[in-house]
Design a binder for this molecule. Structure first.
Ligand code: DGL
Length: 263
């Protein structure tokens, strides 16, 4: 039955697991296939052409595996490729973008911080959204250079990570932000560390839950929701080392084994 076809999810690596977690929580019956393209991480420093090439490769593998919908669980890939993918493949795509809108609509200090990759912050899609909501608001953009490689290599709890986060966040605090938007799907894994630096008065927003809700809404709309109580299959693949991603999945108390796959 076509409803049983899996939801395909891809990211440049571990980051999209933060989205996968929200999807399997909100849609507990659905089957999923997750691709961590860690071999090519970080996408954030690559050219648009390269990001399109990787996203096409990931999409074609998910199509071969008969996915019914694809979630681009990566802000960098979404902001640089979703238009291309939608124009070239006949399957629904759901993307993730930095949540500027809720931050801009709710800020009281009229200053919000956005931490994202260079690829996202320089994309047309990000800049047009940012312009729409920037009137009267100081949007402080910061490239999180170096954060993704540290996460991918299992060095979240390192002095280097603490130093980088302080370097990126302290100038935002000086500008009196009250909202911090995490514009990269890898960054939710840093929330406990970020919280220690920014304190409790700042609202941290990431887009994981919104993506899961959008996935639910599109599947409903297209009558493709899986409504049974059979235990779902989740297939998680990485094309590079699996130790760190396995640890992250274990920490979420999700009992699934990551497999190595050459793609
Ligand atoms: N996790 C991705 C994002 O949301 C990309 C990080 C990277 O590979 O640079 O932007």
């Amino acid at each position: 039955m076509s409803h049983k076809r899996p939801i395909g999810i891809f990211d440049s690596g571990i980051g999209g697991i933060s989205i996968w977690k929200e999807i399997i929580t909100l849609l507990p019956n659905e089957n999923t296939i997750y691709l961590a393209d860690s071999k090519n991480a970080p996408y954030g420093q690559k050219s648009k052409e390269e990001i399109i090439e990787f996203s096409v490769k990931n999409t074609e593998l998910l199509l071969e595996r008969n996915c019914k919908l694809i979630v681009i669980a990566c802000n960098t890939a979404t902001t640089n490729t979703i238009k291309y993918l939608r124009a070239n493949y006949n399957i629904p795509f759901i993307g993730i973008e930095p949540a500027i809108k809720p931050a801009a609509l709710q800020t009281k200090t009229n200053a919000i911080g956005i931490l994202a990759t260079k690829g996202t912050l320089s994309s047309e899609l990000f800049n047009s959204t940012s312009q729409k909501f920037s009137e009267g608001i100081n949007i402080i953009e910061q490239i999180g250079e170096g954060l993704v490689p540290l996460i991918e290599s299992g060095n979240i709890d390192s002095v280097e990570m603490d130093n980088l986060l302080r370097k990126y966040l302290n100038p935002m605090l000086e500008k009196n932000i009250d909202y911090l938007v995490l514009g990269c799907s890898h960054y939710p894994f840093l929330i406990p560390k970020i919280r220690k630096i920014v304190g409790n008065k700042i609202t941290i927003i990431d887009s994981g839950e919104a993506v899961a809700k959008q996935t639910l809404s599109i599947l409903k709309q297209q009558h493709k929701l899986l409504n049974n109580n059979i235990k779902p299959h989740h297939k998680l693949y990485s094309n590079s080392g699996i130790t760190t991603i396995q640890q992250i999945v274990n920490d979420l108390k999700k009992n699934y084994l990551i497999k190595k796959l050459d793609f």
